[in-house]
Structure formats: structure tokens, C-alpha cells
Design a protein around this ligand. Structure first.
Ligand SMILES: [Zn+2]
Ligand SMILES: [Zn+2]
Length: 375
């Protein structure tokens, strides 16, 4: 197994870093080594993966505590293999004591103790459809989405206004009960209160006692110029509500860019297939090339062959965060005319009778090769 770097080292944060510090460090580094910015760079890809792994562990209080206690080779899964039979995930165990707790009825002592600690809210995702031009030029969009929020009627307690949740009589508010099992004391979450230490007798009618309400919200987001399909913009603090006074989660807006009628793109390069007539190709011509902002004149030289590519500087797309634009790559296809009338055909026959063979480089080379083969 390859040696892994310490997760704190990967994120460049001290062991005492707060959830916010970790999130901040992760976002900054993820931006720097995002694979979209480093196409075909295996190192950047590996760093990005390492970063995500570190973030996944350190931003989750339970996983982080386990990592702090046991390190990289800790009992992520004491029974080997990822997850368990029938979808039971052993990775939820914090240690041997927890295994006993689990066997005695779900929820470990450590996870119980942490359940009352402040936790960041859930991160949400939203898919935003934008046009090709909006992606190229940037835009500001409003959209509606649903998220869970703390019920304002009961302030998140779940209790009917005017009433208070009562302290659980079974666990006296601790959320867990201790059991003497021979030489061992095991702790399990209190089943009376579900581990919260409190019991709501008169439920809040707005949220049904959950303390949480699903709310429809409108958000406005600025999409930076140059964003590509599948990339995201984050709105901090617009995700789910924090738990026990923790910060709200983030809202990730993933853009889905609609295809364009004429253009495609490859990173910052704008791609265009453009037909030209065979006379334009033979004689050369000034053509009007469409771009994302009107047309530009471009001179194609005489004798242009089909499938030739021309690069028009600075008519592509910007990289996110930069004003420098890529190029427009025009791929010309020479179109052979169809449905000629008799007069047009006669002109072409006359033209053909005037050719000496010098005019067709490819055919000449080809015929020379044939001759050399058959004498
Ligand atoms: Zn409520
Ligand atoms: Zn209880």
C-alpha cells in the first residue's frame, strides 16, 4: 500500500483547525489543482484526489475523531472490506467500545458524545441550465430551490411555542445510559429520547416536532465567464442549517451548458465547422466568420484544401477568472457544387480542358507513384 500523506498536511492546516478552517483550506486548494485547470496532468489529478479524501475525513466530525485517534490505518472497518453485508456499514464504528455499543442497540458512545457538538449543515447541490453564450460571457441568474431550515416557530426545539422540551427521565438528559456488563461498562444511546436527552411532549405543529422546515428559497448567483459544463459555483452558507449552533452548509451550483447551434468548445478554444465553396477554395476569398460576438473577416488563401483549419486569435472563450481568451478554430470543408445547369457544366468542362496537371498537386503525386509501380 502506498504511503499516504497526513490529511492535515495535505490540507495545510493544524490539528486544531476548525471545521471552517478546513473547509476554507479545502476550497482554496481544490480550486488550484482542479483537473479542469490541469487537463492531462496526472500529478494534479492525484493531488485533487488526495485533497478530496482528506477533506472528506476531516470535515466529518466522526471520521475526523476516528482519524485523530487511530490515524490512517485506524479501524475504518474493523472487519475488513468496505462496507458490510447487506449494506451495513461498519465504518460507523469508532472503536472496540463502539462495537459493543452497536451490538447493544445502535449509536456509539463517542458518536453520542459528538451528537451534541456543533456541526456544519448539509451541503446542497443545484443544477443550473445556462446557454452556451451565458457560459462564455458570464451571467447572473436567479433560481429557486428547496432547503431545510430551522423551524422559526419553535426555534428548532420541536416543542410547541410556550412549552419546553422536558429532560429525559431515563437518561437524565445525558442522551446515553451506562450498563454494567461483567468486567465491562458499556454505554448505549438512550432509547427513550433517541439520544437527544430531551423529550418533546407538545409537538410544534408547524414542523411536527422535527424542528426543521422545508422551505422554498430564491438565490442569485454570478456565473463567471468561461465556465464549462459540469463546473460549479459555491454559495457559502446557503446549504442546510447547522446543528447545535454549527455553521450552515454550502450550496453548490453545477452548471449544465446547453449545446450551441454552430459552436462547440474544447476548454477555451471555440470550434467551428464552416463550409466554403470550391471556387472560394480555389481562388481564395474574404469570408465572414461568425464568432460569439458578431462576425469577423478572414482571408482564406487561394488553393485552400478541404479540412484545413484556421486559427483566429482571441475569439475563443476566457478561462474562469481571467480576461484572456482562447482562439477560434475554423475547420473549413470545401463543398462541391451539385445541380449545375448546362451552362455551368460547359464552363467547368472548358476549365478542365485547360488544366495541365500542375493544378492538382495531390493527383500529380498520386499518378507519379502509380507510374513508378507499373512503369
Ligand atoms: Zn417547529
Ligand atoms: Zn434519554
Amino acid at each position: 500500500m502506498a504511503t499516504k500523506r497526513d490529511y492535515y498536511e495535505v490540507l495545510g492546516v493544524p490539528k486544531t483547525a476548525s471545521v471552517d478552517d478546513i473547509k476554507k483550506a479545502y476550497r482554496k486548494l481544490a480550486k488550484e489543482c482542479h483537473p479542469d485547470l490541469h487537463p492531462n496532468d496526472k500529478d494534479a489529478e492525484a493531488r485533487f484526489k488526495e485533497l478530496n479524501e482528506a477533506n472528506e475525513v476531516l470535515s466529518d466530525p466522526e471520521k475526523r475523531a476516528r482519524y485523530d485517534q487511530f490515524g490512517m490505518d485506524g479501524p475504518q472497518n474493523p472487519f475488513g472490506g468496505a462496507g458490510g453485508a447487506g449494506g451495513f456499514d461498519f465504518s460507523g464504528f469508532g472503536g472496540v467500545g463502539d462495537i459493543f455499543d452497536q451490538l447493544f442497540g445502535g449509536g456509539g458512545m463517542n458518536s453520542q458524545a459528538r451528537r451534541n457538538a456543533p456541526r456544519a449543515g448539509e451541503d446542497l447541490q443545484y443544477e443550473l441550465k445556462i446557454s452556451f453564450e451565458e457560459a462564455a460571457n458570464g451571467c447572473e441568474k436567479s433560481f429557486e430551490f428547496y432547503r431545510d431550515e430551522t423551524c422559526e416557530v419553535c426555534g428548532g426545539t420541536g416543542a410547541k411555542p410556550g412549552t419546553q422540551p422536558k429532560t429525559c427521565p431515563t437518561c437524565k438528559g445525558a442522551g446515553q445510559v451506562r450498563m454494567q456488563g461483567g468486567f465491562m461498562v458499556v454505554t448505549r444511546p438512550c432509547t427513550t429520547c433517541g439520544g437527544t436527552g430531551k423529550i418533546v411532549t407538545d409537538k410544534c405543529q408547524t414542523c411536527g416536532g422535527t424542528g426543521i422546515k422545508r422551505v422554498r428559497r430564491t438565490a442569485k448567483v454570478k456565473i463567471p465567464a468561461g465556465i464549462d459544463n459540469g463546473q460549479s459555483v459555491v454559495l457559502h452558507g446557503q446549504g442546510g442549517p447547522g446543528v447545535n449552533g454549527g455553521p450552515a452548509g454550502d450550496l453548490y451550483i453545477f452548471v449544465s451548458v446547453k449545446p450551441h447551434k454552430l459552436f462547440k468548445r474544447n476548454g477555451t478554444t471555440l470550434l467551428l465547422d464552416m463550409p466554403i465553396s470550391f471556387t472560394q477554395a480555389a481562388l481564395g476569398a474574404d469570408i465572414d466568420v461568425p464568432t460569439l460576438n458578431g462576425t469577423v473577416k478572414y482571408h482564406i488563401p487561394e488553393g485552400t484544401q478541404s479540412e484545413t483549419e484556421f486559427r483566429i486569435k482571441g475569439q475563443g472563450l476566457p478561462r474562469v477568472g481571467s480576461t484572456l481568451k482562447g482562439d477560434l478554430l475554423v475547420h473549413v470543408k470545401v463543398e462541391v457544387p451539385k445541380r449545375l445547369n448546362e451552362k455551368q457544366k460547359e464552363i467547368l468542362r472548358q476549365f478542365e480542358s485547360q488544366t495541365t496537371g500542375r493544378e492538382y498537386e495531390g493527383s500529380k503525386t498520386f499518378l507519379d507513384k502509380v507510374k513508378s509501380l507499373f512503369g
